[in-house]
Ligand binder design. Structure first.
Ligand code: NAD
Length: 276
């Protein structure tokens, strides 16, 4: 089941953004390019940071919602009608941002990488569907934390169109239920404390066990089990590249680290491939 590795917001004192016009930035982009150029089975792990420039806030980044919103746990959702009411309220607050979000240049850069034929797959912690909307085929994306583009019954697993379910909530239904079994309905995302389906975990860890390089983009690497994915790459001694605005707990063990905005740095890296 997913949980937060340390329950702490990011330590703002450790922020060390690399200015895009600096030598450090240029060297890190060139180094990452070199690793990406030779990789033939690259896997990319993405987190909320890849979508912030599409307008969806992350949890712990500089504009993160962590301090403003208490995430509902799965246990609370199942057992506490008030927690469910809060869940729908938070969803309603976030809905305009999520509805307006469109893929950004970082999502599109991954589509370009895929077109080169060297991207084995993207494992994402995001549930916003922006990788697929950018043009990645569904089979190239493993959604570790589910999707908010569908709803799911917590008892029988029946999937519903999210707009259909939202319309019921908007019409005043406070605790929507499955029309087949009466079970509780929520978006088909994984809440803290909820189990990720085993087949999804197997697919993600299987991919990283076969990869020849792992690139992390926009993840604090503090939510497990996603945070364990780079550990598999390290155990296998395949290159680990981290592109994140802020430091992560694995920076010291990565081959290249760049603290920069994904929508700027990732397209630069992909544009540089094959150029030397
Ligand atoms: P996180 O919020 O813990 O960390 C995001 C990281 O991205 C931060 O370390 C931040 O420094 C970095 N970041 C922010 N903007 C960036 C940018 N422009 N370029 C590069 N890096 C940037 O996110 P997480 O590690 O994915 O885990 C949080 C959990 O919240 C996940 O379970 C995820 O499912 C969920 N979540 C998803 C979405 C989404 O679907 N878009 C949004 C918020 C939270």
């Amino acid at each position: 089941m997913i949980h937060d590795a340390d329950q702490q917001p990011a330590n703002r004192d450790r922020v060390s953004f690399t200015q895009p016009d600096s030598l450090d930035y240029r060297v890190a982009v060139a180094d990452m390019c070199e690793f990406l150029d030779v990789a033939r089975k690259l896997v990319v792990l993405t987190g909320a940071g890849i979508s912030t420039e599409s307008g969806i806030p992350d949890f712990r980044g500089p504009q993160g919602v962590w301090s403003r919103v208490q995430a509902t746990s799965h246990r609370a959702f199942l057992n506490d009608p008030e927690a469910r009411e809060r869940y729908w309220q938070i969803r309603n607050q976030m809905r305009p941002l999520v509805a307006a979000a469109r893929p950004n240049d970082a999502h599109r850069a991954l589509v370009a990488l895929h077109a080169r034929g060297t991207l084995a797959g993207v494992i994402t912690q995001n549930f916003d569907g922006l990788h697929q909307e950018a043009g990645l085929p569904a089979e190239a994306v493993i959604e570790l934390h589910g999707t908010n583009r569908q709803a799911e019954c917590q008892t029988c697993g029946r999937r519903y169109d999210i707009d259909e379910m939202q319309a019921r909530v908007d019409a005043g239904e406070r605790d929507p239920r499955c029309s087949d079994c009466g079970g509780l309905l929520k978006a088909a995302t994984i809440l803290f404390g909820q189990r990720i389906p085993q087949r999804v975990l197997d697919a993600a860890f299987g991919l990283v066990r076969e990869c020849d390089a792992l690139l992390v983009v926009g993840s604090s690497l503090r939510v497990v089990p996603a945070a364990r994915i780079p550990l598999v790459a390290l155990q296998r001694h395949v290159p680990l590249l981290i592109l994140n605005l802020e430091p992560t707990p694995l920076d010291a063990r990565a081959d290249v680290v760049l603290h920069a905005a994904a929508a700027i740095a990732l397209p630069e890296m992909v544009a540089g491939l094959g150029a030397r």
